[in-house]
Structures are given as structure tokens and as C-alpha cells.
Design a protein around this ligand. Structure first.
Ligand SMILES: Cc1cc2nc3c(=O)[nH]c(=O)nc-3n(C[C@H](O)[C@H](O)[C@H](O)COP(=O)(O)OP(=O)(O)OC[C@H]3O[C@@H](n4cnc5c(N)ncnc54)[C@H](O)[C@@H]3O)c2cc1C
Length: 399
């Protein structure tokens, strides 16, 4: 694996850093909150203003192919840019790489019909609308999506969708949902029973019952949705009927590593705040930086971030060279390892700051919440460990 970085990518990273300083951190400090509401605008005006500047500078949707309206960076270079975006929680929306829109755009680009691309992908990539991804259900384990109960029954040239979903992030204010529903219950393999179906959020029967706040965050809530006799044309099926799992896998693999890239930047910023504070805060006759245990934390945090970064770069390089399916083990490794590193680094940074670290004067408390959520969304730690260990053990079983 070659660690050298082309000059143009070094230049791009420097410019993105400068853009963050000039436009994104001021937006973060302005405290302009993001209130998601049904029928509300996709983005608040202050975010739209920064998005326009990012588009004009060519810093838009780095992960998407150029023909789809993106900047077409290979994964290994996207790590270097996306970790910079990870430094601020408001940055992904400013650069057109906000989840779940980024993943939805990728699958629409790959599997969407021309009509679906015109109607949904083009305005999504342009940032004019938002979307959501509706898979997880409260009644069954999200870790084992074969158990999902939502059905899409065929009636003439329509699907009739019935089911109960939750944790559909960003549904408030989204224009459409991509819904995982059972279309082929007779298929022998449970993996061939589901499809992904585009449901405009103004379809009768798409009923949001509440926004679920998580760990005190009431702005970026996650929707609970009842699909009740919700009818959409069969032409809204994404890809061939029965390919829901295949498409979900295509979406989740790269989606997971996008999170890992951003966690590097979040951990790095927490680390910088910790180091700076440690050199300034004085207790019992010396600054914190002189205490052996704080030096120990700083060295451990540095090693952890470095290891997570190398693992992320390696997984990205593998996706670039042999594809996401062949990089499944590396993606799972860095998903649970990267989430734990972020969690531990932010935890140490908060501890060094004392009570100040818990306030919203710093981004640390919001980072801590992200770190905790990251150990569950896109597959809990235990599931990724299961994937990795099963693969390792099967190699031993095969001799
Ligand atoms: C912030 C956030 C945003 C999300 N956004 C979305 C979204 O936009 N769309 C969407 O569809 N879903 C979303 N989700 C849901 C997420 O994908 C699920 O929470 C996740 O797949 C786990 O499913 P579950 O919550 O049902 O937990 P369960 O599957 O019930 O698992 C519970 C616990 O059991 C343990 N466990 C599970 N399997 C194993 C195993 N094999 N071995 C050992 N232990 C195991 C784990 O510790 C796990 O945490 C989001 C979740 C969060 C937290």
C-alpha cells in the first residue's frame, strides 16, 4: 500500500481546512440550530449560504462520481478530505455529504432508473431536497434484518406498504424515504424477499408519529413512522424486485467507512482541544500537561487515532482496489475499532476539561453523544465483531 498523497490532494486538503475556518466553524459557533419539521425546508438559510460557497469552490459531494454531480474522489483520498469534514458536526451538510442522503444518492445512482434519477437523485445531489432511509423496526432486531415485517403487497401497478419503522433519521423535512419492505415472501432465501422502494413523504399513509430525541438531542431526531395502506407505483422499486439486501449491502459498506473517516477528524479535534487545555490548566502547582497520567492519556490517544487512521486508509485502499464486497472484513474491523477510539479519545478530552468539557461551550459533549451512537448505528459493535470472527474462524475450519 502506497502512503504517498498526490500534490493536488494535499492542496485540496489545505483549501478545505481553510474553508472550514472561514465558513464552517463560524456556522458551528453561531449555534444556528437545525430544527427538522414535517413540511419544513431541507436546510436552514445559514447552511444553504455555506453550501452555495462550497459548490462554487468545487467542494461538493466528494464521494459521488462526476456524472452524478460529485467530485469523484477515490476512497483512499476521500479519507483525507472527509476526516477534515468530521471535525465539525455541521460540516457534512455544508459539503453535500450528509447521511443518509449520501448513501441514498449512491444507491440511486447505481440502481435508479432514468426516471428515478431525474425525479429524486438530481435534486438530492443539488441539496434542494433531503431524504431518509427507513429500514429498522421497533418490534424486531435491526441487527438481523431478515426479521423485518414491513410488507409491500402488489396491487395492479401499485405497491401497498404496511409496517412500522423507527430510527428513520432525518425523515422530518425529507422529500422521500427509501423503505425496505417484503415484496417476495415466497422466495426461498430470506435475502431475496425484500426490496427497496421509494416513497414520497407526502404519500397518504406515510404517517410520522413522533421524532425520537436521542441522549438529549431534540433537534436531530429520528422518526417513528407508520406505513398504513401507503400506495406507490411499482416503478418506485429501486433495482430489480427482491434485491433489497444486495442494495442495502452496497449502501452500508461504503456508508460505514464514511462514518469512520469522519470519526478520525472528530477524535483529532478532541485530541487537539485536550492537548491545548492540558498546557493551560494549572492544578497543585503545575499545568495538567506535566502530570504523568495526562501524558499517558495523550500518548495512548495519539496511538489509538493513528491506528484507526491506518485501518481506515487500508480499508479505503482495499475498496478502491478490489471493491467493497472484498473489503467487508476490513470495513467491519474499522467500524467497531474506530467507534471505540472516538469514544475513548473524547472521554479523555472531557475528563481533562473537567466540568467545562460537559458544557455546550465545547463540541466535546456533542462528540461524546456521536461516539456513543456510532457504536450502534450501521451495525452494533458486536455484529461487526461477529462478521470478523466468523470469517477468521471459517478460514481455520477450512484448514
Ligand atoms: C443514531 C442512530 C441513527 C439511526 N439511523 C437509522 C436510519 O436512518 N435508518 C434505519 O433504518 N435505522 C437507523 N438506525 C437503527 C440502527 O441501524 C439499529 O439500531 C441497529 O441496526 C441495531 O438494531 P436494534 O437497535 O434493533 O438493536 P438489536 O438488533 O435489537 O440489538 C440489540 C443489541 O444486541 C446485541 N447484539 C445484536 N446482535 C448480536 C450478536 N450477533 N452477537 C452479540 N450481540 C448482539 C448488540 O449489543 C445490540 O446493541 C439508527 C440508529 C441510531 C442509534
Amino acid at each position: 500500500m502506497d502512503f504517498s498523497v498526490p500534490d493536488e490532494i494535499v492542496g485540496l486538503c489545505d483549501s478545505v481546512h481553510a474553508f472550514m475556518e472561514e465558513h464552517v466553524y463560524p456556522l458551528e459557533r453561531s449555534g444556528e440550530t437545525w430544527v427538522m419539521e414535517v413540511g419544513g425546508p431541507a436546510y436552514p438559510p445559514a447552511v444553504v449560504a455555506v453550501q452555495e460557497k462550497a459548490k462554487a469552490a468545487g467542494y461538493w459531494a466528494f464521494h459521488l462520481p462526476r456524472e452524478a454531480g460529485g467530485a469523484d474522489l477515490p476512497f483512499r483520498h476521500y479519507v483525507l478530505v472527509n476526516e477534515i469534514l468530521g471535525r465539525s458536526l455541521v460540516a457534512p451538510a455544508c459539503f453535500g455529504s450528509q447521511a443518509p442522503d449520501s448513501g441514498n444518492a449512491e444507491i440511486l445512482w447505481r440502481y435508479g432508473s432514468e426516471e428515478q434519477k431525474d425525479r429524486w437523485l438530481a435534486p438530492l445531489v443539488a441539496g434542494r431536497i433531503r431524504s431518509c432511509f427507513s429500514m429498522t423496526e421497533p418490534e424486531v432486531a435491526g441487527s438481523d434484518p431478515k426479521l423485518l415485517r414491513t410488507t409491500a403487497r402488489r396491487d395492479g401497478d401499485e405497491y401497498v406498504i404496511d409496517g412500522h419503522k423507527w430510527f428513520t433519521s432525518g425523515a422530518h423535512g425529507a422529500s422521500f424515504a427509501i423503505v425496505m419492505a417484503q415484496t417476495n415472501p415466497e422466495a426461498e432465501s430470506p435475502y431475496a424477499r425484500f426490496s427497496q422502494i421509494i416513497v414520497p413523504t407526502d404519500t397518504p399513509g406515510f404517517n410520522i408519529s413522533r421524532g425520537i430525541p436521542v441522549m438529549g438531542d431534540r433537534d436531530n431526531h429520528h422518526a417513528e413512522i407508520w406505513y398504513e395502506n401507503c400506495r406507490v407505483p411499482v416503478s418506485n422499486c429501486l433495482g430489480p424486485e427482491g434485491s433489497g439486501f444486495l442494495i442495502a449491502q452496497e449502501r452500508l459498506g461504503p456508508g460505514r467507512i464514511h462514518h469512520c473517516m469522519r470519526w478520525l477528524g472528530m477524535a483529532q479535534r478532541a485530541f487537539e482541544l485536550m492537548c491545548r487545555y492540558a498546557t493551560q490548566r494549572e492544578t497543585f502547582g503545575s499545568v495538567l500537561a506535566r502530570k504523568a497520567n495526562i501524558q499517558d492519556w495523550i500518548a495512548d490517544a495519539r496511538a489509538d487515532i493513528h491506528a484507526a487512521r491506518l485501518m481506515t486508509l487500508h480499508a479505503a485502499w482495499k475498496i478502491d482496489t478490489v471493491g467493497a464486497a472484498a473489503a467487508r472484513e476490513e470495513i467491519s474491523l474499522v467500524k467497531f475499532f474506530g467507534a471505540r477510539v472516538l469514544h475513548d479519545v473524547v472521554d479523555k478530552a472531557i475528563q481533562v476539561h473537567g466540568a467545562a468539557g460537559l458544557t455546550e461551550d465545547h463540541p466535546l459533549s456533542a462528540f461524546y453523544r456521536q461516539a456513543r451512537l456510532g457504536r450502534i448505528y450501521d451495525g452494533p459493535d458486536e455484529v461487526h465483531k461477529m462478521v470478523v470472527s466468523r470469517r477468521i474462524l471459517s478460514r481455520y475450519a477450512e484448514g
